[in-house]
Design a protein around this ligand. Structure first.
Ligand SMILES: *[C@@H]1O[C@H](CO)[C@@H](O)[C@H](O)[C@H]1NC(C)=O
Ligand SMILES: *[C@@H]1O[C@H](CO)[C@@H](O)[C@H](O)[C@H]1NC(C)=O
Length: 336
């Protein structure tokens, strides 16, 4: 081969191409109001919370949307009435479900503070839980430092103890039946959660899921804006060019490889996304006594509305990209 051609071949050949994903849905501002469902269910995690419907949320300004902002907040003005389920808050579910995908969340603020337990996550549309899997993308309680990402699955899904990622392994057994549904977790840097996250002006989370890549997550603080991939920072660019998570995205903070120890197709199917914010309950409540928070968890929630002024999600947008050339996931029936 002539030198010029061999150089060209070397330039084209080496790296296995990253999967290209193209925009499926852009959830920005008021778009959330028509494409997500406000779930008024009793909190399955036994929180001191009353999940309101969309009408109540809008009338009490617990849900607020403009063309480019979407806010979900806890009631921070009223004492919880005797006999009420708990503090008013939101739990919302995307009407659409997605399998292989890249989800990019640009988040300005997440709920923070004593007694809070916010989560941004996805779960199987078919279940029954934990069949089809649960992927907790953002989760924490009380004054926690650093985000906890974790998977909860049916039996037979275990993660390697050592992985190439910036986060720290908290547990490796994803089976929800093990250790009171602890799941397999990875804990991220302080800036990825709570007061530190908010103090930096938020940041971006991205999660890729697929049989070949496994489940991988990246986080970039607003402080590290120079390191954010253009396709993450500028969704209008990604709407045209798509996204291809590759080495230029930097090291993921959490990696959950799929293998014989955890088969992707066996444990994960199409998921709907959830934003919620509960209080106390199974995790924030049980961790409260060792959290450096004052008094009792339920007393704080019921009688101190002013403690919840920072208990809100402020979402700049959520963009879901699906593999180029692959059919879309089947979707659940519309909510009744
Ligand atoms: C509702 O909440 C939004 C977002 O926090 C805020 O900008 C707005 O002023 C609030 N509206 C009222 C009527 O309180
Ligand atoms: C998924 O990955 C496994 C290996 O982890 C492989 O055996 C299987 O063929 C893959 N399935 C598809 C549809 O590519």
């Amino acid at each position: 081969m002539r030198p010029a051609l061999s150089l060209l071949a070397a330039a084209l050949a080496p790296v296995a191409a990253a999967q290209l994903y193209t925009l499926a849905d852009a959830y920005v501002g008021t778009e959330f109001l028509s494409t997500w469902t406000w779930q008024t269910i009793a909190d399955p995690t036994n929180g001191d919370v009353n999940y309101v419907d969309l009408g109540t949320a809008v009338s009490q300004n617990l849900t607020y949307a403009t063309l480019d902002k979407f806010v979900l907040r806890a009631d921070s003005t009223n004492v919880v009435a005797n006999g009420a389920l708990g503090r008013n808050s939101n739990r919302i579910l995307s009407n659409k479900a997605y399998s292989d995908s890249v989800a990019v969340l640009d988040l300005q603020h997440m709920p923070q503070g004593c007694a809070t337990w916010p989560a941004f996550w996805s779960l199987s549309q078919t279940g029954p839980w934990p069949d089809g899997g649960e992927i907790d993308i953002i989760e924490g309680v009380n004054l926690q430092s650093g985000n906890l990402m974790s998977l909860h699955t049916s039996p037979g899904c275990t993660m390697p103890a050592t992985r190439t990622m910036s986060g720290s392994v908290t547990s490796t057994i994803c089976d929800a039946d093990y250790n009171s549904n602890q799941g397999c977790g990875v804990s991220g840097a302080p800036l990825s959660y709570g007061a530190d996250f908010n103090g930096a002006g938020g940041g971006w989370f991205a999660v890729e899921r697929g049989n070949a890549t496994g489940i991988r997550a990246w986080f970039w603080s607003r402080e590290d804006v120079a390191s954010v991939p253009l396709a993450v920072r500028y969704p209008l660019v990604a709407a045209v060019a798509g996204v291809s998570p590759d080495a230029s995205w930097g090291e993921p903070y959490a990696v959950f490889p799929m293998s014989a120890e955890c088969g992707y197709e066996e444990h994960f199917n199409a998921h709907q996304f959830v934003f919620d914010l509960t209080f106390c309950g199974d995790w924030a409540g049980s961790a409260y006594p060792t959290s450096s928070c004052p008094g009792s968890c339920t007393d704080l929630v019921n009688n101190n509305p002013e403690a919840f002024t920072e208990a809100y999600w402020e979402v700049n947008g959520l963009w879901i990209y699906t593999p180029f050339g692959q059919p879309a996931s089947p979707n659940p029936p519309p909510p009744s």
